[in-house]
Write a protein that binds this ligand. Structure first.
Ligand code: FE2
Length: 240
C-alpha cells in the first residue's frame, strides 16, 4: 500500500480536534461517491460495532473490576450517565445503516442528521473519561506506583482488556482500531499499544484488507498506522 499526503491536504485530525473518529465521518459522509457507498456503509457499521462493544465492555468488565479493586461504586457514575446520553443516538445510527435496502439508498445528509443528535455528547464523554481515568491515580486505594500490587493489577487489566478487544472482532473491530490508531501521537508514546506482536498486527490488517478491501480507505490512518489524508475529500491525495 502506498499513501501520499500533500502538505495542503485536509488531515484526519484537522481542522477538528483529535478524538475524531465520528468527525471523520461527518466530513466524508456527504462526499461519498456512488461507487463507494457500499464500502462506506460497511466502514460506518464497523465504527458502530466498535463503539458499542467498547462501551458495553466498559460497563460489564472494566468499570466493575475497577470498582471492585478500589471498593468504590461512585467512580463511574458520570461515565455511565454519559454512555446513556450518547448511546441512543449511536443506536439510531446503526439502525439506519442496517435497514438500508441497498447501499445506493445511503444518504450522507441523513447520516449527518442522526450524528448531530449524539456528536457533542459523545465527544464530551471521550474527553471526560480521560480525566476520570487520570483521577484514579489519586484514589486512596489505588496500588502504589512501582509496587508489586500495581504490576500485578496492571498485568491482569491489560490481559483482560486486551482479550476483550480481540474478542470484539478480529476481522472488523480490531482492524478498525488499528487502521485508526496514530502511532506518532504524543511522540510515539503509544506506538506499540496494544501490545500485539508486529507479525500478528500485520496479519490482522492484511487479512482485513482482503476481506473488506474497500473499507479502510475511509480510516484515519494508512496501513502503517500513520495519519493520512481524507479519502472522500476532493483535495486529498491518497492511494490504497
Ligand atoms: Fe466510555
Amino acid at each position: 500500500m502506498t499513501t501520499t499526503t500533500a502538505s495542503t491536504s485536509p488531515r484526519a485530525d484537522n481542522p477538528l480536534a483529535l478524538i475524531t473518529t465520528p468527525m471523520f465521518m461527518t466530513k466524508k459522509a456527504p462526499k461519498v461517491a456512488e461507487a463507494d457507498k457500499a464500502d462506506f456503509v460497511g466502514y460506518c457499521l464497523t465504527w458502530y460495532k466498535f463503539l458499542k462493544t467498547h462501551a458495553e465492555n466498559e460497563e460489564t468488565s472494566l468499570f466493575l473490576k475497577v470498582e471492585e479493586l478500589l471498593d468504590d461504586k461512585t467512580i463511574w457514575q458520570e461515565s455511565n450517565q454519559e454512555h446513556a446520553d450518547f448511546m441512543p443516538g449511536v443506536e439510531k445510527f446503526g439502525k439506519y445503516l442496517v435497514n438500508l435496502k441497498s447501499p445506493s439508498d445511503f444518504s450522507g445528509t441523513k447520516l449527518l442528521e442522526i450524528m448531530a443528535t449524539f456528536q457533542e455528547s459523545l465527544e464530551a464523554h471521550m474527553r471526560a473519561e480521560v480525566s476520570t481515568i487520570a483521577q484514579l491515580s489519586q484514589h486512596p486505594r489505588t496500588p502504589k506506583e512501582g509496587s508489586p500490587e500495581e504490576t500485578a493489577t496492571q498485568t491482569a487489566f491489560d490481559t483482560r482488556e486486551g482479550n476483550n478487544l480481540m474478542k470484539s472482532g478480529l476481522t472488523d473491530v480490531l482492524p478498525f482500531f488499528l487502521f485508526n490508531f496514530d502511532r506518532e501521537y504524543e511522540d510515539g508514546l503509544w506506538r506499540n499499544w496494544p501490545p500485539i506482536p508486529g507479525p500478528v498486527r500485520w496479519v490482522l490488517m492484511n487479512v482485513a484488507k482482503v476481506l473488506h478491501p474497500g473499507w479502510w480507505k475511509f480510516a484515519g490512518c494508512d496501513g502503517t498506522t500513520l495519519k493520512s489524508a481524507l479519502y472522500a475529500a476532493p483535495d486529498s491525495k491518497r492511494e490504497l
